[in-house]
Design a protein around this ligand. Structure first.
Ligand SMILES: *Cc1c(COP(=O)(O)O)cnc(C)c1O
Length: 383
């Protein structure tokens, strides 16, 4: 599969031949821990133990690499396991990292509760402010700048190319968590990022049926280091999970188109609703990052946040009144989900700089009929 093929074609065909043994169209689930060898120290097919490598996982890893425009993909047991490998590989107890001040809650917890106690200095900054990013870098100490864009749940948009220049000028790596956009909407490596991180649990898997993570890099030396950590720390994606994730990945392009269509319609509906104080969606001209998002993203994705008039109690009540849209955490699946970040996904950051507004509601807009989602939100907002 050549890199000249389009995204949708590569999502379906990129990677090694699915089944050299029997020519099955879909790759088999290689449920094996080990492989017979053709001599001491030799392998027959390149695999010797499934923590180090598994053919089902390889198909997923190579397909993801192709879609992100990098040469190396690595699949993990979860998004946080992938993040952990990056932090172990590229930071140290005396080092320093610049991180988003509105990072995904679990990412922030990993920084604040695991890596800070280990000795890593961590500075949260507003990534929409390039000067603040520059000022947060500690010369000779900062080894990574961590970017999420759009962010969760406030959907702010960071300038990947601009931050790449600032990070590289200081000798730091730029890591981009591309979970919210997916490679269909945004390709950070082409904009200067060194490492792309995914929670494949979200849009890549796309069906809320598997937890997984991935890294993609283009540079061989970075890949070697990450592969060492993937194998040495061992939090790999199992063959069943890799297969399920790959099954979701095949339809990423069509799903992201529909997520983006529906989210735009939901955002426009909410913007005109009397019970809504503010709508946050990068596809709206009222969004501070709209112009930048238009430049670095193909479309604006499926996540919409909004603030409800009437404060926290009313925001919580709205979340409890939807009938089609399911009350639940997570995002990126075919079904729409609604949640109250302050009490749910972001409860762990209460009292920190990452605290979110109490009247905020977040929707992961699914691929149902937009009319049904809009009618459901309307009745929920009317109470
Ligand atoms: C869910 C998520 C993660 C963590 O991934 P898991 O698969 O839950 O470990 C990291 N970053 C973002 C943006 C996420 O949404």
């Amino acid at each position: 599969m050549s890199e000249e093929h389009g995204f949708s074609t590569r999502a379906i065909h990129a990677g090694p031949p699915a089944d050299p043994a029997y020519n099955a169209v879909t790759p088999p689930i290689y449920a094996t821990s080990t492989y017979s060898q053709d001599g001491v120290g030799g392998t027959k097919g390149g695999y010797e133990y499934s923590r180090s490598g598994n053919p089902t996982r390889t198909v997923l890893e190579e397909c993801l690499a192709s879609l992100e425009g990098g040469r190396h993909g690595l699949a993990f047991a979860s998004g946080l396991a992938a993040e952990d490998a990056v932090l172990r590989a590229f930071t140290g107890p005396d080092g320093h990292a610049v991180v988003p001040h509105d990072a995904y809650g679990g990412t922030y917890r990993l920084f604040a509760r695991v890596y800070e106690p280990w000795g890593l200095g961590v500075t949260p900054v507003d990534l929409t402010d390039l000067e603040a990013v520059e000022a947060a870098i500690v010369p000779e100490k900062t080894t990574i700048v961590w970017v999420e864009t759009p962010t969760n749940p406030l959907l702010s948009v960071a300038d990947i190319a601009g931050i790449a220049d600032v990070a590289h000028a200081a000798g730091a790596l730029l890591v981009v968590d591309n979970t919210f956009a997916s490679p269909y909407l945004q390709q950070p490596l082409a904009l200067g990022a060194d490492v792309v991180v995914h929670s494949t649990t979200k849009y890549i898997g796309g069906h809320s049926d598997v937890v997984g993570g991935a890294l993609v890099v283009d540079d061989d030396a970075l890949a070697d280091k990450l592969r060492f950590h993937q194998n040495a720390m061992g939090a790999v994606a199992g063959p069943f999970d890799a297969w399920l994730t790959l099954r979701g990945l095949r339809t990423l392009a069509v799903r992201m188109e529909r997520h983006s269509d529906n989210a735009q319609r939901v955002a426009e509906f909410l913007e005109g609703h009397p019970a809504v104080a503010e709508v946050i969606y990068p596809g709206l001209e009222s969004h501070a990052g709209h112009v930048l998002a238009t430049k670095q993203m193909r479309r604006f994705g499926g996540m919409v946040s909004f603030r409800v008039k009437g404060g926290e109690d009313e925001a919580v009540a709205v979340c409890g009144r939807t009938k089609v849209i399911i009350l639940g955490e997570s995002l990126g699946g075919v079904e729409s989900l609604i949640e109250h970040p302050g009490r749910m996904t972001h409860a762990s950051v209460a009292g920190t700089r990452l605290e979110v507004p109490a009247d905020l509601v977040r929707i992961s807009v699914g691929i149902e009929d937009a009319e049904d989602l809009i009618a459901d939100l309307d009745q929920a907002l009317r109470g």
